[in-house]
Design a protein around this ligand. Structure first.
Ligand code: ADP
Ligand code: MG
Length: 339
């Protein structure tokens, strides 16, 4: 019998990897926004058509790419962000896997326009099925514009699995808000079909939160600040009387990255103990800074879960910082008869 193992062609390998990175239009938005931020953009615009199923376009004014880099950016494991295995333990960027563009290009029609500040002309590239189908010098503003059309056009099962436009748009808005909250100094806009959903000028944390969740949010916010050797905390918790019936407004950002952490969420709840009515959840917008060496972000391709070296210590610091802030703001416990 002859040997039976062979290496998969790139476009097949890319399509397999895409299954993990890209679940829905919102995942594309997240990856493109993160790339724009890593490129040092100050202004980022997102356009979507039909909840991103027809078109997702992210335009940034970041550093742009050279012609060679523009071509290479769609190869798998092609990245400018890390070089050595050691770099994984001191990540300064959102990206590092070099997989997003290769994955997206395997399952959508992609158009890239990019120009660096000092280049006279830019590069415009079209890709279908992981193959570059056209490439030309073109006039384009400094920065990068990536259009992702007809997501999952070649994976009918995935395309059919997409939910209604309302649901997919909700997912997009969630991702957009998470990124926008993590980076208040950058200006962001989101336009759906021709309607503007968000227009967020560059500002500070507090203002970004109120720009997203409405002016009334401002008076609900209690600042939380703590500075210890292993953890720096800044941000806000919502006053207990404004606690919600849903968990909608709960955000942790670790080193400027939105993450989900049931464990740290528990620390917040513990700090609110005795202050909340039953079945209500506190709002929080907490920015945590830790030594990049003390966390592992490389647990899951979407990077929303991370592993902390010293979870227990973080829990204790977080809980006591929030308790302290709530105490300072004279937040009285909810009286028993109100329950
Ligand atoms: P990663 O972000 O993990 O490096 P990606 O596939 O998302 O992988 O991007 C590959 C590379 O393409 C990046 O490392 C970066 O050099 C370049 N790139 C992608 N998007 C942009 C952008 N908006 N502006 C400038 N360079 C970009
Ligand atoms: Mg990336």
């Amino acid at each position: 019998m002859s040997d039976v193992i062979h290496l998969l062609p790139d476009h097949v390998a890319n399509q397999i990897a895409a299954g993990e990175v890209v679940q829905r239009p919102a995942s594309v938005i997240k990856e493109l926004l993160e790339n724009a931020i890593d490129a040092g953009a100050e202004n980022i615009q997102v356009y979507i058509k039909e909840a991103g199923k027809i078109l997702i376009r992210v335009v940034d004014d970041g550093v742009g790419m050279s012609l060679t880099d523009a071509r290479l950016s769609f190869e798998r494991h092609a990245t400018s962000k890390i070089k050595l295995a050691e770099d994984l333990f001191q990540l300064q960027t959102k990206g590092f896997r070099g997989e997003a563009l290769a994955s997206i290009a395997a399952i959508a029609h992609v158009e890239l326009k990019t120009r660096r500040e000092n280049d006279e002309v830019g590069t415009c590239i079209k890709i279908e099925g992981s193959e570059i189908t056209s490439q030309e010098a073109c006039v384009t503003p400094r920065g990068t514009s990536i259009s992702v059309k007809n997501l999952f056009y070649n994976i009918p099962a995935r395309r059919n699995f997409l939910k209604s436009d309302t649901v997919e748009t909700r997912h997009i808005v969630d991702e957009f808000q998470r990124v926008a909250l993590a980076h208040p100094a950058i200006s962001f806009s989101l336009v759906h079909n021709s309607g503007e959903l968000f227009q967020l000028p560059g500002t500070n944390f507090r203002q970004r939160i109120t720009n997203i969740f409405g002016g009334k949010t401002n008076e609900k916010l209690v600042p939380v600040n703590e500075d210890t050797e292993i953890l720096k905390i800044s941000g806000f918790v919502g006053k207990p009387e404004f606690a919600k019936r849903s968990r909608g407004e709960q955000f942790f950002f670790v080193n400027d990255r939105f993450i989900k952490s049931p464990y740290l969420n528990h620390a917040v709840s513990a700090a609110f103990e005795g202050l909340l009515k039953e079945k209500s959840y506190p709002s929080y917008f907490l920015y945590l800074k830790v030594d990049p060496k003390s966390i592992d972000i490389n647990i899951h391709p979407t990077k929303t879960e991370i592993k902390f070296d010293d979870e227990h210590a973080l829990y204790a610091i977080l809980r006591s910082a929030i308790k302290h802030s709530l105490g300072q703001f004279n937040v009285a416990p909810v009286l028993d008869f109100e329950r």
